[in-house]
Design a protein around this ligand. Structure first.
Ligand SMILES: Cc1cc2nc3c(=O)[nH]c(=O)nc-3n(C[C@H](O)[C@H](O)[C@H](O)COP(=O)(O)OP(=O)(O)OC[C@H]3O[C@@H](n4cnc5c(N)ncnc54)[C@H](O)[C@@H]3O)c2cc1C
Length: 398
């Protein structure tokens, strides 16, 4: 058989990109991930390397200076990177979503203003929906922008901004009260430029320090406090207020494929660590891989890796073909993140006591995998999306 998680039908260009990224991950990410993660240190050199490879512009259209690659290429790159260290994929993901939203929904002026500088990594994107009181219930957002002369003034508090300190552009979802009956039609996305860093980085815009997390370290996750922060009307994504919810949901739909890809990357790595360890460690006179209970665990883990990879690839290809993929992306995210948690835990068990030691990589994966059950919508939210889609498709008539 071939190794796990192979993808049929890739172009020469896709294969070349993936082999370059795989090489980079082997040489520049895996050897440093453990130490950087334990120090909660930002992977500056790795990020510079990704800029040089053009990864910040991977999916940005060529006419705006990017490589114009598909969601599938992006997802497979993310899978490779997360196999090395999930936090590194976190550095590019909010950037990718923000660039995607500007490409798809921005005005031509916004595209020309942001995308060429996003392609080089000079402008780095974060996206912000969540607040201290809400994450799943996006339409209940409280942060508010009120009209003031020819611009808007924003007040409120945002929570959980991945790359909140290291980005200089935030796609910010706020309430603008358009008088619409449905709450989600009163939301607007603003493109807020800010300097990198922490503290009051612009008048009325505070990025408090990094939130301390159990895993997903190195990459910064922050709050954002807005107190009378002024923005211009032309900072509204797409130029028209009231469409922010739709923009963000489109963004998280591609984000879900990315989370599924990350889950695949971590699960692949967990399997690799387990299958290697199981052949070295001996108990009762033979390698533990020769005990059927362990061999069967490896078989189940590999089957889960393969299933998750195929669903992730299917969801990406569907979006690339121009079709809606809300159900398929939700299914891929649900299955890949749940399987990732299971595969990682099985790899941990196979390591016995050593899995609990900080010297072993599986310890880090055990702290990273749970985030995937939450980010870009929890498993329960995925089930809501999937079941709604199914009931729409299979509606009984008459
Ligand atoms: C490390 C990290 C990075 C993040 N980065 C970002 C970011 O960059 N940008 C951003 O906007 N957000 C980000 N988030 C926020 C993330 O998207 C939310 O945490 C997530 O959507 C869940 O929201 P919540 O935490 O408010 O949980 P809640 O919505 O309060 O949910 C709590 C529990 O209730 C369940 N639940 C809620 N509603 C229902 C329902 N109707 N039916 C059944 N069960 C339900 C949930 O599944 C969950 O188990 C990040 C979070 C973390 C931890």
């Amino acid at each position: 058989m071939a190794r796990l998680a192979q993808t049929a039908g890739l172009t020469d260009v896709q294969q070349e990109i993936l082999s370059t990224v795989r090489d980079f991950v082997e040489k520049e990410v895996i050897p440093h991930a453990q130490a950087l993660e334990h120090d909660d240190a930002y992977p500056t050199d790795i990020v510079e390397g990704m800029k040089e490879m053009g990864l910040f512009g991977l999916t940005i259209p060529e006419e705006y200076g990017g490589l114009g690659e598909s969601l599938l290429t992006y997802a497979l790159v993310v899978e490779e990177i997360a196999r090395g260290w999930m936090s590194v994929s976190g550095v590019i993901n909010t950037h990718f979503i923000t660039a995607y939203m500007i490409s798809r929904h921005g005005t031509e002026e916004q595209r020309r203003h942001f995308l060429p500088r996003m392609a080089t990594g000079e402008v780095r994107g974060a996206f912000s929906m969540s607040e201290p009181d809400l994450g799943s219930d996006v339409a209940a957002i409280k942060t508010r922008a009120r009209r003031d002369g020819d611009g808007y003034v924003i007040d409120g508090q945002k929570m959980w901004l991945t790359n909140g300190g290291t980005s200089n552009l935030v796609a910010l979802l706020v309430r603008t009260d358009e008088g619409a009956e449905k709450p989600h039609e009163n939301l607007t996305t603003f493109l807020v430029e800010k300097p990198e860093g922490y503290g009051e980085v612009a008048p009325g815009l505070v990025v408090p320090g990094k939130i301390a997390k159990m895993g997903y370290k190195g990459v910064d996750t922050t709050e954002l406090v807005l107190d009378g922060h002024r923005v211009a009307a032309d900072q509204i994504l797409g130029g028209v207020p009231g469409r922010g919810f739709r923009h963000m949901m489109d963004g998280v739909e591609v984000g879900r494929v990315n989370v599924a890809a990350r889950a695949c990357g971590i699960a692949i790595r967990a399997f690799e660590l387990a299958v290697a360890y199981a052949q070295q460690r001996k108990t009762f006179g033979k390698p533990i891989a020769e005990h059927q209970a362990v061999a069967f665990k490896l078989a189940e883990m590999a089957t889960k890796v393969e299933a998750a990879h195929l669903m992730m690839v299917n969801a990406a290809r569907l979006k690339d073909s121009g079709q809606r993929n809300d159900v398929e992306a939700g299914m891929a995210k649900l299955l890949a993140s749940e399987y990732c948690a299971e595969v990682t835990q099985d790899a941990f068990r196979i390591h016995g006591g050593y899995g609990y030691s900080k010297e072993y990589e599986i310890e880090r994966l055990m702290r990273e995998a749970p985030f995937l059950l939450i980010g870009e919508g929890t498993s329960e939210i995925q089930k809501m999306i999937i079941s709604r889609g199914l009931l729409r498709e299979y509606r009984q008539r008459g």
